[in-house]
Design a protein around this ligand. Structure first.
Ligand SMILES: Cc1ncc(C[n+]2csc(CCOP(=O)(O)OP(=O)(O)O)c2C)c(N)n1
Ligand SMILES: [Mg+2]
Length: 369
């Protein structure tokens, strides 16, 4: 069993060998963590107001996703589980596209074919999410094998939750990755819960890291609310994968402070005391203490950064709320090189109904048959 890696204590004191990051980079990490929190808060408010359909937050997990993803290089790939949209924004997914995807409007690059809160960004090697638990694991392993065969200098970071370790994809992906020695890092974000199943009930294994032993790969368990421990551990795992030594498993121990999603009521199945205990281990507060003690953050600077981030997100929301809805024609496009006649016929019937209800937009028009 591996020891739990911690570099900053909950009080913000250094307790291990800190990675060498400039003050500017440290402040950047803090800002990215805060952006995740601010964006999640705004998205949840929009959902509660009925302006978007669905949100799954990362509140409480900001250190895990930002610290670990910050260890990747631009040529690397990030395969998401259910919550790494904020890490994708840090790596270059434009916030406007993130919010457009939430509205499924005309700027949504998924063209409304995903549920909200399922992001993608080709430019930064960020494949589209799958809500089907664990499927991204073999996909990421296959892509990592392709990178190896092509001689690319790319590492594939494959994220998933504690619940996904019970999926078939986890087993086949971990096994094949180790056998084929692919350049991958498996990142298990253990946030304590898989909807209403606790991480303790999920497995009879002594720890999630122990699972790596069965596949013949090393593992590390990290205090997932310590952003620098997440960064440093991930950095080592990425370096190992890049050098050709094969995959490893990194388990980030954190906590899902909110419900599984905006459709969930966690008070039905978990003890408020547990939530209160984790509230005291807040990853943003811990890093704020550390940065303040180091003199990187001035007094009151967190509020200034938060206000700027809120203004940034609000501006994007205003723009995306005003954007046109997704063109209806996208319903039948992109599958065949040319839309076949039977789909054109169905679409034309559909447009008649949409026009009657006033739902068709200029340009939706019928296909000439
Ligand atoms: C194959 C499959 N089974 C069940 C579900 C329903 N489901 C959606 S999320 C989820 C739990 C995921 O938990 P975890 O992997 O810990 O990720 P977290 O939500 O905690 O980030 C389940 C069971 C699903 N989407 N796909
Ligand atoms: Mg979970």
């Amino acid at each position: 069993m591996s020891q739990r890696i911690q570099l900053i204590s909950p009080a913000g004191k250094p307790v291990g060998d800190l990675p060498k990051l400039s003050d500017g980079r440290l402040k950047d990490l803090f800002t990215h963590m805060l952006r995740v929190r601010v964006t999640d808060g705004r998205m949840l408010t929009l959902q509660r107001a009925g302006r978007i359909g669905f949100v799954g937050t990362s509140t409480g997990m900001e250190a895990a996703q930002i610290g670990s993803a910050a260890a990747l290089e631009p040529q690397d790939w990030l395969w998401s589980g259910l919550r790494e949209g904020g890490a994708a924004v840090m790596r270059g997914l434009p916030l406007a596209e993130y919010v457009a995807q939430m509205y499924c409007n005309a700027n949504d690059t998924a063209k409304g074919r995903q549920m909200c809160n399922h992001f993608q960004h080709k430019g930064t090697h960020y494949p589209s999410w799958s809500s089907v638990i664990g499927t991204q694991i073999p996909h990421g392993v296959g892509a990592a094998l392709a990178s190896k065969q092509r001689g690319e200098d790319a590492v594939h970071a494959i994220y998933f939750g504690d619940g996904a370790t019970s999926s078939n994809g986890f087993h086949s992906g971990m096994n094949l990755a180790a056998v084929w020695k692919v350049p991958a890092v498996f990142v298990c974000v253990n946030n304590g819960w898989a909807i209403s199943v606790s991480a303790k009930q999920q497995t009879a294994a002594h720890s999630y890291a122990d699972k790596a032993t069965a596949y013949g790969m090393p593992a590390a368990t990290v205090d997932g609310n310590d952003v620098l421990a997440c960064y440093a551990t991930m950095r080592a795992a990425v370096a190992r994968a890049r050098s050709g030594d094969g995959p490893s498993l990194v388990v980030l121990e954190t906590y899902r402070m909110m419900g599984h999603s905006s459709s969930d009521d966690p008070t039905k199945y978990r003890d408020e005391h547990e939530v209160a205990e984790w509230r005291g281990k807040d990853p943003i507060e811990r890093f704020e203490h550390f940065l303040s003690q180091k003199g990187v953050l001035a007094k009151g600077e967190r509020s200034t950064i938060e206000a700027a981030l809120t203004a940034e997100v609000d501006q994007v929301i205003r723009e995306q709320e005003a954007a046109a809805p997704m063109a209806l024609k996208t319903l039948v496009e992109d599958v065949y090189a040319e839309v076949p006649d039977h789909l054109k016929r169905q679409y034309n019937h559909f447009i008649e109904v949409a026009e009657r209800h006033g739902d068709a937009q200029p340009g939706d028009g019928a296909f000439p048959l």
